[in-house]
Ligand binder design. Structure first.
Ligand code: PGA
Ligand code: ZN
Length: 413
């Protein structure tokens, strides 16, 4: 039973204020914080300024939730929608709602499984959902990038890697980190020195073509050393490149129409053997997504992030139009744990892969690691290095001790 809820202002990995929520039960405790995006989708749940979020929490949300059963997550999340009264949490804030919703889930799991310092949220959630014995997601992370996360660096926002050949979660985390190190070394050997972007990937001021050469070499070298396969992918974050007036994707060294963009990305999939492409077209181009998905066939995961914004209605539209074969899942894009689960369940029902994801602005909150396992996501996209990223990866390693560190998902390919 929920006895009290408090909110406080804390800071994220970019030094921006964000909301952290604590939920106190008669027999349990949960804490969670909202992350924040930089290349946000237009159709996401709306985050409101943190001071307003805390005021809304204290003045409108708390009184509705006190006395409620924290184990009834669906009911709690329905109450959050009711208090908010809009379709996109623009009243109480998607940041407020996601922090409350996740903190309630964590409090309930804490009440049920008080076993040492950990809070096996994933165990609570899959029991609550009646799901099958869970498996581990492959970590997917950014080793190099630019776009909205590092202006002046590459046009493509993220060059991503995943140790898809690893047999354990520990190896998979290490494999991605090894590529990150190799990228730094190869860049330095080429005389390119650089800092990091918001998610910890290297941010060199190079053309995308050079970035592809560097990262694919790093992936190959790391795979050889590791003895298992590491694959390369990208998040184009194409809404950031799209110019609505020019009707073109504007790169530093090129302009591409929608059709040219589809050809360009299809060419990159072939040339660099990409296994994963996120947001190759802008957030309203369901048809362009469908063209690319058809061209890619089953060679490549085509994933919608800004396209779907973890929203059941938009994922439904995507399924009808064959617009992708995977959905990125960001709890704060939709605002509650229940809505997050519903988006994943719909995606998986239609054979889409579901990839749980961090935001570029993160805290050390590790809830998404549990959600990824509990809800059967094939991958967890959460960077490779940096405290707020490694917090989730290390939690995956701990979860691996709970459910078996070699119980990797079998559904990635
Ligand atoms: P974000 O973007 O900056 O909105 O979190 C990350 C992404 O595009 O996947
Ligand atoms: Zn994205």
């Amino acid at each position: 039973i929920i006895e009290d809820i408090i909110g406080r202002k804390i800071f994220d990995s970019r030094g921006n204020p964000t909301i952290e929520v604590e939920v106190y039960l008669d027999d349990g405790f949960g804490r969670a914080a909202a992350p924040a995006g930089a290349s946000k989708g237009t159709y996401e749940a709306v985050a409101i300024p943190v001071d307003d979020a805390i005021a809304k929490l204290e003045n409108e949300v708390v009184e509705q939730l006190i006395g409620e059963d924290a184990e009834d997550q669906e009911h709690i999340d329905m109450l959050l929608h009711e208090v908010d009264g809009t379709s996109n949490f623009s009243n109480i804030g998607g940041n407020t709602s996601v922090a409350v919703s996740m903190a309630v889930a964590k409090a309930a799991s804490n009440a049920l499984f008080r076993v040492g310092p950990g809070e096996p949220l994933e165990r609570y959630l899959y029991r609550y959902l009646g799901g099958a014995y869970p498996r581990m997601p492959y970590p997917l992370g950014n080793v190099l990038g630019g776009g909205a996360h590092a202006p002046g660096a590459t046009d493509i926002q993220e060059f991503l890697v995943s140790s898809v050949g690893a047999e354990t979660i520990d190896e998979a985390v290490y494999g991605n980190a090894l590529v990150h190190k190799r990228v730094k070394k190869i860049l330095a050997d080429e005389g390119v020195f650089c800092g990091k972007g918001d998610e910890g990937g290297w941010a060199p001021q190079v053309r995308d073509s050079m970035a592809f050469e560097v990262v694919s070499r790093a992936v190959k070298e790391a795979s050889d050393e590791l003895g298992f396969e590491v694959r390369l992918g990208v998040d184009v974050a194409a809404s950031e490149l799209w110019d609505e007036e020019k009707k073109a994707y504007v790169y530093k060294d090129a302009m591409r129409t929608a059709e040219e963009q589809v050809e360009y990305i299809a060419g990159l999939i072939d040339e660099y053997d990409l296994f994963y492409v996120e947001d190759p077209l802008h957030e309203n181009d369901f048809d362009g997504f469908a063209d690319l998905t058809e061209k890619a066939g089953d060679r490549c995961i085509i994933c919608g992030d800004d396209l779907f914004v973890t929203n059941v209605k938009r994922i439904e539209e995507g399924i009808e139009k064959f617009a992708a074969n995977a959905a990125l899942i960001k709890p704060n894009q939709i605002g509650t744990v229940t809505d997050t689960y519903n988006a994943i369940a719909l995606a998986k029902r239609y054979g889409y892969k579901a990839i749980m994801s961090h935001r570029s602005g993160e805290t050390t909150d590790n809830t998404i690691a549990h959600l990824a396992v509990a809800f059967g996501c094939e991958m967890l996209k959460t960077g490779v290095v940096g405290g707020e990223r490694i917090a989730k990866l290390n939690e995956l390693i701990r979860i691996g001790e709970d459910i078996g560190n070699d119980r990797m998902t079998e559904d990635l390919f």
